[in-house]
Design a protein around this ligand. Structure first.
Ligand code: B12
Ligand code: SF4
Ligand code: SF4
Length: 377
C-alpha cells in the first residue's frame, strides 16, 4: 500500500510522500508553549487559541493511526535575492508569486485521500494544509521529508528550503518512516542574513521581528525600527530560505499551478502606488496577497516607496496623505519624510499635521520632522 500511495502522490504532483505517527512529536508541546510564552507569536492569536490541539495531533482526531506528510517543491527558477537590490521594483516572496498554494495543495490532498479510500474502503481520512492546527514542520521532520533548519523551516537534501507541506490523517496503520538527520552543521547563513534580526537563537524565530509576519500577519502599524530593513519586500520574505546552501540541489518547481505570474516577477513600485482597491483585487485574484486587503498592501508598498530614495515617486506618495485608512496615511507620512526635500516636508506638515485626528498618524508627522531635523544637524 505504501509504495502505491507514494506512486500516486508523485503522479498527482507531490514531490515527497512519507509517513509518521500521531504521537511522533511529544517534545512539540513544550517547545510551542515556550515560543508562545516568550510572546514570539505577536498578534497571531490563533496560535494561542489552538495550542493544545496543534501540538498533539491525536487530540485533533483520536482515531488517527498514521499521518501522511506531503511535500511539494516550489523552488524558483532564479535567485530570489536578486530583486532586492532593484529599488524601483516591489518584491513579492516566492511562495506568493503564483496561485494560492493552499488551494493547489488542498485539491491534490483531497484527490490523494479519495484514492486511498478507494483502495481501502473502510478507511477514514482528513486533509490539512497550513490553516488547520497541525504542526506541519515537526511532523514532516519526524516523517523524514527533511530536517528542522536553523531558520525553523524544513530543509530537504533534494529541494532545499522550497517545500510546501500538507498532511493527510488516516485511521489506517501504515509503517512510519525514519526521520532525516540534521545536516546544518556549523552553518549559520540563514541566521546572519536576516535583515531584522528575527532569530534570538538557532531554531527560534521571534515572529514579531520577521518581515513575513510584519507584511502579512500584522494588522497594525509597522514599527519604525523595521521599515528601512524591509527594503522593497512588500509581501513576505525569502532571505533566510534563499541563502541556504542546500538549495543548490533544488530544481525549479514542476507543478504548472506553481509557475510565477509574469506581472509579479519585477513589478514597479510606482505602478502599485497607482492601484486602487478594485485594481488590487483584480491583480491579486486567486493569490494569497489578496487576503491582506488593500490597506495593509498599500501600507507595505509605501514603506518600499520610502526606501527607494526616488523623489519622482513623491507626487504618488503625497496622493495617499488623504487616504481614508490611517494605516495608509501613516506610511504615506513616513514615505514623504524619506523622499521629500526639507521645504516640501515642512509645507506638507504645516498643511496636514494639525488636522490629523488619528494619534498614530499625527505621531508620524512629528517623527518625520524630528528625523529631518536630526538629519540636518
Ligand atoms: C505561524 C506560521 C508562520 C509565522 C511564524 C513562523 C514560525 N517559524 O513559526 C510567520 C508569519 C512568521 C511565518 C513565516 C513564514 N512561513 Co509560515 N507558517 C506558520 C504556520 C501556520 C505555523 C507554524 C508554527 O507552528 N509555528 C510555531 C513554532 C513554535 O513552531 P516551529 O517553527 O515548527 O517550531 C519548532 C521549533 O521551534 C522547534 N524547536 C525548538 N527548539 C528547538 C531546538 C532544536 C535543536 C530543533 C531542531 C528544533 C527546535 O520546535 C518547535 C516544534 O517542536 C505553518 C503551517 C502549519 N500549520 O504548520 C506555516 C509554515 C511554517 N510557513 C511556511 C512558509 C513557507 C513561510 C515563509 C517562508 C513565507 C514567506 N516567504 O514569507 C516564512 C518563513 C519565515 C521563517 N523563517 O520561519 C511553510 C514552511 C514550509 C517548510 N518547508 O518548512 C509552512 C509549513 C506552511 C506550509 N504548509 O507549507 N509562518
Ligand atoms: S523570512 Fe526574512 S525577516 Fe523572516 S526570519 Fe527569514 S530572513 Fe528574517
Ligand atoms: S542556511 Fe545553513 S543553518 Fe540555515 S537551514 Fe540552511 S544549512 Fe541550516
Amino acid at each position: 500500500m505504501k509504495a502505491a500511495l507514494t506512486e500516486k502522490a508523485l503522479a498527482l504532483g507531490f514531490d515527497l510522500c512519507r509517513i509518521t505517527a500521531p504521537d511522533a512529536i511529544p517534545y512539540a508541546a513544550e517547545q510551542l508553549g515556550a515560543w508562545l510564552a516568550a510572546g514570539y507569536a505577536g498578534d497571531m492569536d490563533y496560535m494561542h487559541a489552538t495550542k493544545d490541539r496543534r501540538c498533539a495531533p491525536h487530540t485533533l482526531w483520536p482515531e488517527a493511526k498514521s499521518i501522511i506528510i506531503l511535500g511539494m517543491n516550489y523552488a524558483p527558477a532564479g535567485d530570489p535575492l536578486a530583486l532586492l537590490s532593484d529599488r524601483s521594483a516591489a518584491n513579492i516572496s516566492v511562495y506568493a508569486r503564483h496561485r494560492d498554494y493552499h488551494d493547489v495543495i488542498k485539491g491534490k490532498l483531497k484527490q490523494l485521500a479519495s484514492w486511498l479510500v478507494a483502495q481501502a474502503p473502510e478507511t477514514e481520512v482528513k486533509v490539512f494544509v497550513d490553516t488547520a492546527p497541525v504542526m506541519e514542520k515537526p511532523l514532516a521532520a519526524a516523517a523524514g521529508l527533511g530536517w528542522a533548519g536553523k531558520h525553523t523551516n524544513l530543509v530537504s537534501r533534494r529541494f532545499g528550503s522550497w517545500l510546501f507541506l500538507g498532511a493527510i490523517f488516516t485511521d489506517l496503520a501504515l509503517p512510519p518512516d525514519a526521520p532525516e538527520q540534521n545536516h546544518c552543521g556549523s552553518c549559520r547563513a540563514c541566521l546572519d542574513i536576516c535583515p531584522t534580526h528575527a532569530f534570538p537563537a538557532p531554531h527560534h524565530l521571534d515572529a514579531r521581528r520577521c518581515i513575513s509576519y510584519l507584511t502579512i500577519e500584522h494588522k497594525g502599524h509597522i514599527a519604525p525600527e523595521f521599515r528601512a530593513a524591509m527594503g522593497n519586500r512588500v509581501y513576505g520574505c525569502d532571505d533566510c530560505l534563499a541563502i541556504c546552501p542546500w538549495n543548490k540541489f533544488a530544481q525549479a518547481a514542476r507543478e504548472e499551478k506553481l509557475q510565477p505570474h509574469a506581472d509579479l516577477l519585477a513589478p514597479k513600485i510606482a505602478d502599485w502606488l497607482r492601484l486602487d482597491d478594485a485594481g488590487f483585487r483584480r491583480l491579486f485574484s486567486g493569490s494569497p496577497v489578496k487576503r491582506i486587503g488593500f490597506a495593509r498592501f498599500l501600507r507595505n508598498v509605501l514603506i518600499a516607496a520610502g526606501n527607494t530614495q526616488d523623489e519622482d515617486l513623491l507626487p504618488l506618495v503625497e496622493s495617499k496623505l488623504e487616504a481614508e485608512s490611517s494605516l495608509i496615511r501613516a506610511m504615506a507620512v513616513w514615505a514623504v519624510g524619506r523622499l521629500a526635500p526639507k521645504a516640501r516636508l515642512h509645507e506638507l506638515a504645516a498643511a496636514q499635521q494639525w488636522r490629523e485626528a488619528d494619534p498614530a498618524v499625527a505621531a508620524e508627522w512629528l517623527f518625520a520632522l524630528e528625523q529631518e531635523a536630526r538629519h540636518a544637524s
